[in-house]
Design a protein around this ligand. Sequence first.
Ligand SMILES: [Zn+2]
Length: 367
Amino acid sequence: MNGFESILSQDQPIQTLTRFLQKGKIPHALLFTGIDGVGKRLTALAFAMACNCVGIRSDPLPHAENSPRENGCSHEDNAVATGPCGVCSACNKIRSKNHPDLLIVEPSGAMIKIRQMRDLFRTLALKPYEARVRVVIITESHTMNPAAANALLKVLEEPPDRTVLILTARQTSDLLPTIVSRCRHIRFNPISQQHIRLLLEKRHGIDSDHAEILSTMANGSFTRALSMSRSNWINHRKWLISAGGLDAPEMLSKRPKSLLLAYSEKLAKNKELILDSLDMISVWFRDLVVWKYKPENIINKDLTEKIQYASQKNTVDDLLNKIKAVEQAKRDIQANLNLRLSLDVLMMRLAKGNVLQRPHSVDPEMR
Ligand SMILES: [Zn+2]
């Protein structure tokens, strides 16, 4: 179906869009902002379906040419009561992206270029072929180069008839203020952990323990949860914990320095996964603290035995210091400090500060 019902945790945006449909007044330009993987693009497609669905009402095309420009496209004669039916010919064409009046502009390489905008404007100069409302979706609009952004601004100043432009971006500050001010801004929230877990379980057949871990690690982005599930994240986590000696943090101070640094070297090789890996390590230490107070609240539920064992062997202060060290490493890496060096420093910090460590028992290699 892929109508509004398929979009989770976005009640506010859906309500706003439904109100436009019910009133039959659709703004000429919408701006959807929010982190990656929260359903901005899916919502834009569902909205395009709702604007053009012939399954709900099969009225003739609206008289948008006569509509007052300042109020957006007027479709009062043809107000849509609910979301799209998801099965009519218009809905099907839009879902499969085969509708002649659905135009999608995506970054070509790293950015949206002026050439792509010129192609778009040539099409916009013509009337829509068959749509009640032609829909242009410009994804990741913050990647427009300055020439493309200025060209878009001209279109926003004189919007074409029976057309709605939907821009998606992470945040308004990534765009020209003059573009933002010409769009109706709709903010998308991170998806709730519970909804991500449900989606992973029900739509992707992931077992509940793993879905629980992935949904917690995803920070509100379903795309992130899914990409972690595909990148064999659970095995990667096992490696992170065992190869790093994190299942016995109290012994880290006795680990040869060469082993600690070999681990940070391997971590550094997986550059694109590094922040996720550090998140995972942080969550692991957090679980060891949480176990002491509310064991039912740990995240790595499939590793209960290991957590129980390690939690008993380490003090809260030691574990909190380790969490601080991991968070500092994350900040250093985000600030573009040398990756390998940041990880080496992290490993040295993780190996330090155990209450159980005696001052004179340091491994010769650690001196
Ligand atoms: Zn339909």
